[in-house]
Write a protein that binds this ligand. Sequence first.
Ligand SMILES: Cc1ncc(COP(=O)(O)O)c(C=O)c1O
Length: 400
Amino acid sequence: MSFLSATLSRVKPSPTVAMTAKAAELKAAGRDIIGLSAGEPDFDTPQNIKDAAVAAIAAGKTKYTAPDGIIELKQAVCAKMKRDHGLEYTPAQVSVGTGGKQTLYNAFMATLNPGDEVIIPAPYWVSYPDMVLLAGGTPVVVETSLDTRFKLTAEQLESAITPNTKWFIFNSPSNPTGAGYSRAELKALTDVLMRHPHVWVMTDDMYEHLAYDGFEFCTPAQVEPGLYPRTLTCNGVSKAYAMTGWRIGYAAGPVELITAMRKVQSQSTSNPCTISQWAAVEALNGTQEFLAPNAELFKRRRDLVISMLNAVDGIDCPTPEGAFYVYPSIAGLIGKTTPAGTLIDSDETFCTALLEEADVAVVFGAAFGLSPNFRVSYAASDAALTEACTRIQRFCASLV
Ligand SMILES: Cc1ncc(COP(=O)(O)O)c(C=O)c1O
């Protein structure tokens, strides 16, 4: 019998991390690899946030805190929820964790029993199904399609709900597609959920501030106040404030759930880094003036990448509303062969060949539960994006 747990055998390591590691390995071996596989902004944490961290260290704020965060950060989260979404929360309804990842994981650990189902629209962020499996639940994956620009329809949600459904996980703008639901599209989903009072909503709003072309971000409890008592609104500072390494995420929801999540965290990691928490207080309470110029910069990059990819015969790339990803289809390239003789029979072989033969790292769609596609992260310089897309164009043109 294996020394390792049976639960772990059902889980796979993160494919995005694996692709980024493979690209780093080739780079270390001297190859000129352009990596578009990592999901983090390429710019630095704003100075006012760094200063707040330095000030926290100087003031000796370096000890343990309450397991799920300092009151000042919970208050800042409450203020943000009110300011941006008109939602009222008290600090007792807020949990702060080591990245958005931990708060999502805590919520699953705190609530899932064997047999409990979690509806996950595909393509999905790679961690959702594996977190559900680790917590002992059953992922119910519902595939979307290019026709709806990767958005779940009300009919699809309705037919996925069973008496065992515990959570519906919602992510807009989405990793990996960038798709953002309009208020009307979201309302169609919340109307379905109102008819099923046993289903809770976990909304992952991590890319809230990365939205373009006047897209109006909205979150489920704001669109349908009737869902407030069964919604966990998850967010974090990683993407909008370029703070991926600081590891601060947060969630707001019913007190009973937040208390249960605190119990999980208190017996695993305890508090997230104290210094990072003070930095996050500044991120949420301090100036927000860099958000709009950053979004403008990302929008320009999105447009650059989409126009270059859509120029390729065999690639179809819709224009998403937000995040810093695009999710082109390579349906038109399946069945072709690379110059080195590899038959492109899946998005995984396409991405592996692209890395090995054209020195560009992207992530294959199967990792996100919808093929044949690949994810490009355009959180990279204009020069790197132009060169990478030129290589992709050249590589695709070389297929026979
Ligand atoms: C959709 C989504 N949710 C959550 C996270 C986790 O963010 P964090 O780095 O704060 O743990 C990510 C990170 O890639 C993400 O893309």
